[in-house]
Design a protein around this ligand. Structure first.
Ligand SMILES: *Cc1c(COP(=O)(O)O)cnc(C)c1O
Length: 357
């Protein structure tokens, strides 16, 4: 008799539900932390000129040396630190897990946090431990230390700022975790363009620290380009399981081009930060709505009890897509998450939410 999925597929995979991405909507899309700004026409033309020269019949440079060199310079990666590229930072999370996974090994995260850590733990056969965040979604240092003692995690992931809560964990708590952890600590800085805080400069002090970044939230979500900075003796090991041409020639050339024009993206990030402050104020002024302070390009907010699903659906009916997190985690009951969009998109969102309340 031939195998069926329930006899052949690992139970941990059978128990997962696929990462859900809603169908594209016409209207206002504020659900996926995308940068709402398009490139100026002159930049688009220049970019297309560069792509014209690409030899797409040839394999790309497997090590993407030029792109990594550019990243090192413009992002200020410390001397002596290595850089590894991934097809999105998700792929780098997967590479780290694949390099350490063995039966009984643990990935530990304070939660609620980014769902891919748990999905990738399941995919690589690792145990996933969620340590509840404390008040205001801050790290509970004592709970973290006792969980570290108990599970001796191979890897701890700390999203900084955290997704979906938007806050920054206290840097002192992270330093304590770095000192205390028996394994690797990955500080995931996907939202770095929207905050001044970073652990890049701490790489020189902690051998077990890895800093994960992506160009997605900065404005290149369609490219799929993530990068990991850390001690070369760690990265050399991860590099062995990287598929040889994971960064396409189009990604490499486009990434280099974008980094040559980083100031365009930095200006957009500044505008998004200003818009974030306005959006936060507007949410705060709505009766029954409590937004969480955010250092990212989105805001988590709690709505009156039992109304998250209904409000999410009403907004969708008016052509505005945000993310409903109610039911995704015990500490996100009644929570919705909105990405900071263009000024007029944010205004339409606030207006629709006010009407729906
Ligand atoms: C969006 C996000 C990522 C994934 O980004 P990609 O580079 O697009 O794969 C990683 N970590 C966190 C915390 C995120 O929110």
């Amino acid at each position: 008799m031939r195998a069926k999925p329930d006899s052949l597929i690992r139970p941990a995979i059978r128990a997962l539900s696929a990462y859900h991405v809603p169908d594209p909507v016409k209207g206002i899309k504020l659900d996926a932390m995308e940068n709402p700004y398009r490139w100026p026409d002159t930049l688009v033309n220049e970019w297309l000129e560069r792509l014209r020269m690409v030899e797409v019949n040839r394999y790309p440079d497997p090590a993407a040396r030029r792109l990594r060199g550019r990243l090192r310079t413009v992002m200020g990666v410390p001397e002596g630190t290595g850089i590894l590229l991934g097809n999105g930072s998700d792929e780098l999370i997967q590479m780290i897990a694949l390099a350490v996974c063995e039966p009984g090994r643990t990935i530990l995260c304070p939660g609620p946090t980014f769902v891919m850590y748990r999905m990738i733990a399941a995919g690589t056969g690792m145990q996933y431990i969620r340590v509840p965040l404390g008040r205001d979604y801050a790290i509970d240092g004592e709970a973290m230390r006792s969980a570290i003692d108990r599970y001796r995690p191979a890897v701890i992931f700390l999203a900084y700022p955290n997704n979906p809560t938007g806050n920054l964990f206290a840097a002192t708590e992270i330093h304590t975790i770095l000192e205390y952890a028996p394994g690797l600590v990955v500080v995931d800085e996907a939202y770095a363009p929207f905050t001044d805080a970073s652990f890049l400069s701490a790489l020189e002090r902690h051998d077990n620290l890895l800093v994960l970044r992506t160009l997605s939230k900065m404005g290149l979500a369609g490219l799929r380009l993530g990068w990991l900075a850390g001690a070369p003796h760690w990265l050399d090991e991860f590099d062995k399981i990287r598929l040889p041409y994971n960064i396409s020639i189009l990604d490499q050339v486009s990434g280099e081009f974008a980094l040559d024009h980083l100031s365009v993206f930095e200006a957009q990030a500044q505008e998004i930060r200003r818009e974030r402050a306005r959006l936060f104020g507007a949410l705060q002024s709505l009766e029954g709505i409590s937004p969480c302070p955010s250092e990212a390009n989105f805001i988590l907010f709690r709505v009156p009890a039992g109304r998250a699903g209904e409000l999410h659906a009403r907004l969708k009916d008016r052509g505005i897509l945000i993310k409903n997190l109610d039911g995704s985690d015990p500490d996100l009951a009644g929570c919705l998450r909105v990405t900071v969009g263009l000024a007029e998109e944010n205004r339409s969102f606030i207006e629709a939410l006010r009407d729906s309340l």
